[in-house]
Design a protein around this ligand. Sequence first.
Ligand code: CMP
Length: 140
Amino acid sequence: MTLENTLSIIKPDATRRNLTGAINAKFEEQGLRIIAQKRLQLTRTQAEKFYEVHKERPFYGELVDFMISGPVVAQVLSGENAVLKNREIMGETNPANAADGTIRKEFAESIEANSVHGSDSLENAVNEINYFFSGIEIVG
Ligand code: CMP
């Protein structure tokens, strides 16, 4: 049994359509606990820094524009194997390839407006959680 924390971001396409609760229900129904959560309007600099790993990718500029186009909800999700489990709950990056019942299959509009972000490894989860949250904001 490995209890992990992972970072989730509910993206602007989802907050615009008032889907925060519907997405949170998916996490909770499938055994993840939301142990920290805050709604933010990211600045360009903050979004650029968060997605720095994608800086050389052709979609980087549009991704940053999209992530600052409206509010996001940053979250820490906790549970057994939470990093992998969250990626299963989210579904494939491209909603066209996402499995039935996943967040991206049900809610995503496109590969860019794909409703949620989730950390892709435990190491990145630690770094991404530290980017958004201080220790006293995380209540397990
Ligand atoms: P996310 O998990 O937030 O990590 C990087 C994001 O880049 C990804 O989800 C997608 O929303 C976005 N993105 C936009 N275009 C592409 C693309 N062609 N390939 C992969 N990711 C893309």
